[in-house]
Design a protein around this ligand. Structure first.
Ligand SMILES: [Zn+2]
Length: 475
């Protein structure tokens, strides 16, 4: 990347075409391409998206959760910066620590009085063990109509789609109706401290005027039948409540009678948590989702027993099932240093996820399960998010989906995990998960997240470009 692009603060972009701020047209690029001779020389964004996504997949951006062993985010951010600079968009890159690079750029819209739309994607990926994969996880291989690689759906696909649309607009002089702020972040896969949270806390001014945002884990299809597909738009996210439990006891010799063992006390508490099922609570988002889906599938929905309906949803049951109650899963245990020594301390980590507004209730529920003698330390606490499924932006998302897929049924849903939206919502931004993808009916999409043989269908990626192009022109 040219040094002039790096670390330039507050730079704004302009259209690449001289005098080329053309009036916004609802007609898509595909129609532009039909009417302009010059267009034939331009790369088609649905072709270019494949190359862009492939290039990004080939940059290993593994986030291990440790700055010393995480790699590649700087290279990926520089790649995106180059691709933006080529078409006249001037991004800034901010590092939160050496190599932990975050990129932000602003594309001026036609109406500066309107709030800006933030479009965000993370560049890091979770680790992948090449021995377990059918292809090398950083090869970006094209096979059987899919682009394979770690990050193919989480979320270099969306990173590439956004880049393809923006590059096409800059080349053809399309201006969005309002400012669009692009953010390509580091560290999402380890809690975003070096990514979105860093940007929000240290460079919040880059997001001045942003009122709404789109990001990952929404906008993907779920086939009900040949004619109809649900598109799950994320309007809510569970909260993250990671706990460390500390049990104390009397240290001693492993050969003796001993009634104050920290390992025993901790194990009992962990087992109670792991086996507990918290009560069902159906939030507005989940109710709206279940009503729509039950109607479509002809499933009887009993509001007192949503689990029966959820069990009939097939592969997405495990996504939706986690959004009707708080959850708490033990994930780590640590105690002792020798086989015949009873340790004085034992610790466990519990991954808890809370429904909107339930974090304090969950804390009380856990305290009751754990008992009074074990200390609770919060190692991560981020609130749940929930917004309504209405307004102009939701209309624009739904219209773009229906225009490209007449069988589209957009529905709101709650994500059981967390995303960078947690950080950006702290700036008062209304966040949605909308990274449109049309998927084959038989693909188990949720299993691909952080899974082996992660891959994205090429035609789904191209569908996403067309939907995003329409949506961003009307946002
Ligand atoms: Zn992700």
């Amino acid at each position: 990347m040219p040094s002039s692009v790096a670390d330039r603060v507050g730079a704004r972009s302009g259209p690449a075409v001289p005098g080329g701020v053309c009036a916004e047209t609802v007609a898509g690029w595909y129609e532009d391409a039909m009417t302009s001779d010059a267009a034939s020389a331009r790369p088609d964004p649905t072709t270019e998206v494949v190359d862009l996504c492939r290039d990004l997949l080939r940059i290993d951006t593994t986030n291990t959760g440790d700055n010393d062993t995480s790699v590649g985010e700087r290279r990926a951010a520089e790649y995106v910066a180059e691709k933006l600079a080529e078409v006249g968009v001037e991004p800034v890159i901010h590092e939160s620590a050496p190599g932990r690079a975050n990129l932000v750029a602003r594309i001026p819209g036609a109406d500066p009085s309107r709030g800006a739309l933030l479009v965000h994607g993370h560049l890091d990926v979770v680790p992948a063990d090449a021995d377990e994969w059918s292809v090398h996880p950083f090869s970006g291989e094209l096979r059987d109509g899919y682009l394979w690689g770690r990050g193919a759906i989480d979320m270099k696909d969306f990173d590439a789609m956004v880049l393809a649309v923006v590059r096409h607009w800059q080349r053809t002089g399309v201006q969005p109706p309002r400012d669009i702020v692009l953010a390509y972040t580091a560290d999402e896969e380890a809690g975003s401290d070096y990514g979105a949270h860093f940007l929000v806390q240290r460079h919040g001014g880059l997001f001045d005027g942003c009122t709404e945002a789109i990001g990952e884990v929404g906008g993907f299809s779920y086939s009900v039948n040949d004619a109809q597909r649900l598109y799950l738009i994320e309007t809510a996210e569970k909260g993250i409540d990671w706990l460390r439990l500390h049990a104390k006891g009397r240290p001693g010799h492993g050969s003796m009678v001993h009634d104050d063992n920290a390992v025993t006390a901790l194990a009992e508490a962990v087992a109670r948590i792991g086996r507990h099922r918290f009560p069902v609570v159906v939030t507005d988002t989940v109710r709206a989702f279940l009503e729509e889906v039950s109607d479509l599938l002809g499933i009887e929905l009993d509001p007192d027993d949503p689990e029966t309906a959820i069990a009939k949803l097939g592969p997405i049951a495990n996504i939706i099932g986690a959004t009707i109650r708080n959850t708490a899963n033990p994930t780590r245990l640590s105690a002792g240093y020798k086989d015949n020594v009873i340790p004085g301390r034992a610790t466990a980590t519990i991954d808890c996820r809370s429904l909107p507004g339930q974090s304090e209730l969950l804390e009380r529920q856990l305290r009751e399960l754990i008992g009074p003698d074990i200390a609770i330390e919060y190692i991560q606490r981020q609130p749940a998010l929930e917004t309504t499924f209405d307004g102009d932006l939701v209309e624009a998302m739904s219209a773009a989906l229906r225009a490209e897929d007449p069988g589209a049924r957009p529905v709101p849903y709650m994500l059981s995990g967390g995303t960078d939206a947690k950080a950006f919502s702290q700036l008062g931004i209304r966040c949605f998960g909308f990274a449109p993808l049309r998927l084959p009916a038989d693909l188990n999409f949720s299993a691909l997240f952080h899974g082996i043989d992660e891959r994205v269908p090429v035609d789904g990626l191209q569908f996403g470009v067309r939907v995003l192009d329409r949506f961003l022109r009307t946002c």
